[in-house]
Design a protein around this ligand. Structure first.
Ligand code: MTE
Ligand code: HPA
Ligand code: MOS
Length: 767
């Protein structure tokens, strides 16, 4: 099958015909759901009176926490998030009451009539303040290997530094949305913008105090998610369900852009302290790193995100003595959450920063220092958490990209350029990536499917994964079409529905295709076994005995390689099975093999395999304005044996540029009271078309089949986000050129124009 198949919804996306949740035709009695949110970041809801508000024309229901039939709780891992405030208010935008009304206008009228008494308390907004006050959300977790204390004492050099990174708004184009439709008895159907339908279903069942079997969550597609809908679509889904349950009418809630940006969580800002010990030859001997994350008001996924930061703290480098500490700190802002990379980018940012500093200190080329410290093949290949690094591809990638990108000669030219130009400086940087694939919570690594063949020979694939633009359904369609040897247009991937495939994991950790693809294949294989069993008998006659291994599925036909006469259309075979009363529907299941992790010792094998890549970016900086442009980026990235190169390259390009946004222009500004000041696209700058590198070479590593995965491919969704760091370090390199690389610039993520100017000022004035 050709390997460049386009996205199954591509046509619909570009013509506006794709049906997102807000586009679903709603029954005429559908009500508008509205949330009354907290105007303060910390305080106490002392009393409230909804009676006047309930009299407002067009209002069907107003609910407080007292009206929740089940648990007032939507915390996923830790139960520390109420659905509606009972007493303690913890951030601006927290849900106080929910209203079902004929329209928004009626809801706003009702809101104005709600009486409440709130006592305002002093909020904690910044990570620094939370750390000063000791507001740990959980105990610090430590991962350790070797002995840093004895090794630091032996090192030729030690560098200590403090760095930080900002948060990042997901900026999915479709804001959080849910349509809840009540059925008979306690049944309810919810269309939700969730990456995790089974969890959304579970929380709704608990809130409504009904069995999960009464709750059906359905999702056709998301208009982007990027981790922002792994947990944080739940609120809207639960609120809509509560209102639908109360009014017994359909209720839709769709957040406005500004509202969505204000009340949902983002990537975790980190404050990182590190200490790195190394010898004159540039070999790293010891590394201590302390990750502090601004978690926001509740746990959400923070602990899992810190776990991924820990398991990515060493990136592609073997560091024999390492101690990684990590702490989630509580603040009065929305709860920060999953975002592409899931703590990995923050972890890798720190070690890459350390590598750059080591190089500067030794007066050596940073790429050389990185190369020297890469994991080796048979020795020095154990990660700090005890997993052996197998199939290390960093050297193959290095050899090719260093040559293709002309790295060393360009670096020379850049140094020349910088000598001859006062107001423009250029910089180049190389960023290696090693990213672990699997959920870092082993039990989540399971997936299911249900494949139905109909008597006209068409196939409907159900699986537990969510299509969010990443091309999951396209790939699953390809997998099943290939198994049955039929055209792709005979296979349709269904919307994701909790009643068809139950108890699924989030589509996250980049493992959507790996796991659901295997589950779909498993179902298809079961069906193929039924075809073969039947046809073996059907095609054996007198002296000829048909062998099952001779039966193949190809070109929309089923063929017996042992007998030319046995050659029928796939549809005909389907009908033969049907007439013989053989089931044409099968469930599939998959669990990623050999994963384990001990939380006490922080050792195990959390990842099925690693994804590798290297990026090289060159930028030009205008040192008077702080503006930069990306002159060129080369990325060589490992997707195993890619079975959809278009999609994989699209994922790499998109992830890279999203990484660039995090590293450069995206900055969150909170005031002291906990208001997010920039909550719309005119003040929050995501990358645009002009931010794409002038020369942009993205290549997939060739001849790199991955053992033991679907079609020998590798996951692609998150790892290339890290390549955005090459732009950040190129900017840093260009910044350092203002005083001839004598000093390491004091420049953090995001390197906005303003911050670049400040860093340049510091360097020039030798502050
Ligand atoms: N690509 C698009 N277009 N939209 C998205 O929301 N999410 C990313 C990545 N690529 C995302 C995307 C994230 S955070 C993850 S974990 C993976 O896709 C999830 O899908 P997969 O596991 O099928 O790759
Ligand atoms: N990625 C995304 N979501 C998760 C993970 C992960 O590694 N672990 C638990 N939830
Ligand atoms: Mo992706 S952050 O694992 O949804």
């Amino acid at each position: 099958m050709p390997n460049k198949i386009v996205h199954e919804s591509g046509n619909l996306h570009v013509t506006g015909k794709a049906v997102y949740i807000d586009d679903i035709n709603t029954p005429s009695n559908t009500l508008h759901g509205f949330i009354v949110t907290s105007p303060i970041a910390k305080g106490i809801l002392k009393s409230f009176d909804l009676s006047d508000a309930l009299e407002t024309p067009g209002v069907h229901a107003i609910l407080s926490y007292k009206d929740i039939p089940g648990q007032n709780q939507m915390g996923t891992i830790v139960h520390d998030e109420v659905i509606l405030v009972e007493k303690d208010i913890e951030f601006i935008g927290q849900g106080l009451f929910i209203i079902a009304a004929d329209n928004e206008h009626c809801a706003l009228n009702a809101k104005a009539k709600i009486k409440m008494e709130i006592e305002e308390l002093e909020p904690v907004i910044s990570l620094e303040d939370s750390m000063k006050l000791g507001l740990k959300l959980h105990d610090t977790i430590v991962m350790e290997s070797g002995n840093i204390n004895t090794e630091f004492a032996k090192c030729d050099h030690i560098i200590e530094a403090q760095i930080e990174n900002g948060g990042q708004e997901h900026w999915y184009l479709e804001t959080q949305v849910s349509l809840a439709i009540p059925g008979e008895y306690d049944e309810i159907k919810i269309y939700s913008s969730t990456q995790h339908p089974s969890e959304t279903q579970a929380l709704i069942a608990e809130a409504l105090h009904v069995g999960k079997h009464a709750v059906v969550v359905e999702t056709r597609r998301l208009g982007g998610a990027f981790g922002g809908k792994e947990t944080q679509a739940n609120n809207v889904a639960i609120w809509a369900s509560l209102l639908a349950n109360k009014t017994q009418k359909p209720v839709k809630i769709r957040l406005f852009r500004d509202e969505d940006q204000k009340i949902t969580g983002k990537r975790h800002p980190f404050l990182i302290n590190y200490k790195i010990g190394f010898n004159n030859d540039g070999i790293i001997k010891a590394y201590f790193v302390d990750f502090n994350a601004n978690a926001g008001y509740s746990s959400d996924l923070s602990m899992a995100i810190l776990a991924r930061a820990r398991t990515h703290a060493e990136n592609a480098y073997f560091i024999p003595n390492i101690r990684i500490e990590s702490t989630a700190w509580k603040t009065n802002i929305p709860s920060n959450t999953a975002f592409r990379g899931f703590g990995g980018p923050q972890g890798i940012y720190a070690i890459e920063d350390a590598m750059e500093r080591v190089a500067l200190k030794l007066g050596k080329e940073p790429a050389e220092i990185k190369y020297k410290n890469f994991y080796k093949h048979d020795i020095n290949n154990t990660t700090p958490y005890g997993e052996i690094v197998e199939n290390n591809r960093i050297y193959t990638i290095w050899d090719k990209i260093i040559e293709d990108s002309d790295y060393y000669s360009r670096k020379k030219k850049i140094n020349e350029f910088n000598k001859n130009n006062e107001f423009k400086k250029r910089g180049i940087a190389l960023t290696p990536v090693k990213f672990g694939i699997s959920f870092n919570t082993p039990f989540l690594n399971q997936a299911g499917s249900l494949v139905n063949i109909y008597t006209d020979g068409t196939v409907l694939v159900n699986h537990g994964g969510i299509e969010m633009g990443q091309g999951l359904h396209t790939k699953i369609g390809q997998i099943v079409a290939d198994e049955f040897g039929i055209s792709l247009n005979k296979v349709k991937v269904n919307a994701t529905i909790t009643s068809t495939v139950p108890n699924t994991s989030a589509t996250a950790a980049s493992s959507g295709t790996d796991m659901n693809g295997m589950a779909a294949k498993n179902a298809a294989d079961k069906l193929i076994a039924r075809f073969k069993e039947f046809l073996t008998k059907h095609w054996s006659a007198n002296t000829y005995k048909c062998q099952p291994e001779n039966i193949i599925f190809k070109d929309n036909k089923v063929i017996d390689l042992g007998n030319d006469l046995n050659n029928i259309e796939f549809t005909e075979a389907v009908n033969l099975l049907y007439l013989d009363r053989i089931s044409l529907s099968a469930q599939g299941f998959y669990k990623t093999p050999n994963l384990y992790f001990n939380n006490e010792t922080q050792k195990g094998r959390p990842f099925h395999y690693f994804v590798w890549g290297i990026s090289i970016s060159e930028v030009e900086l205008d040192i008077l304005t702080g503006r930069h442009k990306i002159l060129r980026t080369d990325i060589l990235h490992d997707t195993g044996h890619s079975f959809n190169e278009n999609i994989d390259i699209g994922q790499i390009e998109g992830a890279f540029i999203q990484g660039v946004g995090w590293c450069t222009s995206e900055e969150m500004k909170w005031d002291k009271k906990g208001n997010l000041l920039n909550h719309s696209p005119d003040t929050y700058k995501i990358p645009g078309i002009r931010d794409i590198p002038e020369i942009f070479n993205v290549e997939l590593l060739k001849n790199a089949p991955n053992p033991n995965t679907i079609k020998q491919s590798k996951a692609v969704g998150e790892p290339p986000f890290i390549h955005g760091l090459s732009v950040f370090f190129a900017i840093k390199h260009a910044t350092a050129a203002v005083n001839d690389h004598k000093k390491y610039p004091n420049l953090n993520i995001p390197a906005t124009h303003e911050k670049i100017i400040l860093a340049i000022d510091e360097l020039k004035n030798n502050k």
